[in-house]
Design a protein around this ligand. Structure first.
Ligand code: ADP
Length: 441
């Protein structure tokens, strides 16, 4: 995928996600507004129904009072007699004789007449002591008048100092309150949006990573083809020379061409070995053949393997092996390869005569192996990436060192498989130090 296409795709995806979120926001706001309006309307309706009920009860009670007073022909105290003290409780001040039987039947009659079907309790109180004198629960659905009549026959309360109250136990509260569901309405879409964003971010990250890996892999294939092509053509040329029958007469030339073939063949073998190292790591098949490995011995073997190469570059390698415990429980071949990779880099990335030092020391249960060089060094931001697969520092044309970007990745994997760590410290233009810490056995 081209960079521009990817950019456009990411931009379009961002725009669509933002669009979805905005639409959702607008819809939610509208829904919330609609809900608020509904709530206000329902509240208004509930208040109206309540008011209607209260008015009907007040009128009914006024009528009841009027009827009682009219029996005794003294309706002068009717004014403001009915008072609603709570949403479901009405008190009626009446300075007259209250006969419970009469009161109850009047109440029932008036309530029925006005379509008030709620059960109610009424009580007759003494104004001075505020204690109940008589009370009864009345359900309009079943008539229990007989019982009341029997008892109330006995009661005929005196003229002064009485009032009665009517209570509707089934009517709890007058104003209807909606459930507060505003936060819940927001939480669900917010979570969904967050998940969408997280997935979107993750997808972009994966695409970019895959793109970078793809580019690195292409670089690797280009590099590898080039690296393999050079020795193959050199071998082809040399073998052609060897096919010349007259070469027998020039033994010096013959030997030199045979040597070229051998060296180039060795180079090919190393390259193939590197690619094989990668495929071993990729498949996750890194099986270590564990044995007691003397790291000092490994260092000495590697040092002598590089003697010719260093002599050619007029370089030198010194060793300061001060560790007293240098035996590691590990794989001899892989550990040797790791040290070779570090020394090979130290030689490759030195512009002038390479001066390489290999040091060893013990700390805790570890052996520390340091490979120091006076090479080109590595920029700080690159040091974070050099252990990644296929990563190579872009140096422009300053030096044209061939490589696959696999060596340090391999070193890191091997050291980690042995329970150790690898680190680098470097100064651009001055040199680098690679440190391996491995647990000693
Ligand atoms: P390769 O050497 O094949 O490119 P490596 O994984 O061995 O791959 O190294 C990754 C990068 O780290 C190299 O491209 C190089 O830029 C940098 N590097 C490694 N070792 C050194 C060193 N001793 N001095 C300077 N740069 C180094």
């Amino acid at each position: 995928m081209r960079r521009r296409t990817l950019g456009t795709l990411v931009l379009l995806a961002i725009l669509s996600v933002v669009g979805v979120v905005l639409t959702q926001y607008i819809w939610l706001r509208q829904a919330q507004q609609y809900q608020n309006e509904q709530v206000a309307l329902q509240k208004q309706q509930a208040a109206q129904i309540d008011k209607q009920f209260n008015d009907r009860v007040t009128i009914a009670l006024t009528d009841v009072t009027e009827r009682i007073l009219s029996i005794n022909r003294d309706p002068s105290d009717l004014f403001d007699a009915v008072k609603q003290e709570r949403p479901n409780y009405f008190a009626v001040t009446i300075n007259d004789t209250i006969h419970p039987y009469l009161l109850e039947s009047l109440l029932k009659h008036e309530f029925e007449r006005r379509g008030i079907e709620d059960d109610f309790e009424y009580g007759i109180y003494d104004c001075f002591t505020d204690s109940i004198v008589y009370g009864n629960y009345v359900s309009l659905k079943d008539s229990l008048i007989a019982d009341t009549a029997e008892h109330s026959e006995l009661l005929k309360l005196g003229k002064d100092g009485h009032y009665f109250g009517v209570y509707f136990p089934r009517r709890t509260t007058s104003i209807w309150e909606p459930k507060q569901s505003g936060t819940v309405t927001w939480i669900y879409p917010a979570i969904v949006t967050l998940i969408v964003f997280a997935f979107f971010g993750y997808s972009v990250w994966v695409i970019l990573r895959q793109k970078r890996l793809g580019r690195m892999k292409n670089d690797f294939i280009g590099n590898m083809t080039h690296e393999l092509k050079t020795p193959i053509s050199t071998i082809a040329l040399s073998s052609e020379v060897l096919t010349d029958p007259n070469i027998i007469n020039e033994p010096e030339r013959l030997r030199s061409y045979a040597n070229i073939i051998r060296t180039e063949n060795e180079r090919l073998r190393t390259q193939v070995e590197r690619v094989l190292q990668l495929s071993t790591l990729d498949k996750g098949e890194l099986e270590l053949k564990r044995e007691a490995v003397d790291l000092h011995k490994v260092v000495n073997e590697v040092t002598s393997a590089f003697t010719v190469q260093l002599n050619e570059r007029k370089g030198e390698m010194t060793t300061e092996l001060k560790a007293t415990r240098a035996i590691v429980e590990g794989d001899h071949v892989h550990l040797t390869n790791a040290v070779i990779n570090l020394v090979d880099n130290a030689v490759k990335y030195s512009l002038n005569e390479p001066r390489i030092t290999i040091r060893s020391s013990n700390h805790g249960g570890y052996i520390k192996l340091e490979v120091l060089d006076n090479g080109i060094g590595i920029k700080r931001e690159d040091t974070k990436h050099i252990f990644e697969r296929f990563y190579r520092v872009h140096t422009g044309n300053v030096h044209n060192v061939k490589g696959f970007g696999l060596g340090l990745h391999y070193v890191e994997e091997i050291v980690r498989a042995h329970g150790g760590r690898v680190a680098v410290s470097s100064e651009l233009g001055k040199g680098s130090t690679f440190t391996l810490d491995l647990p000693v056995s």
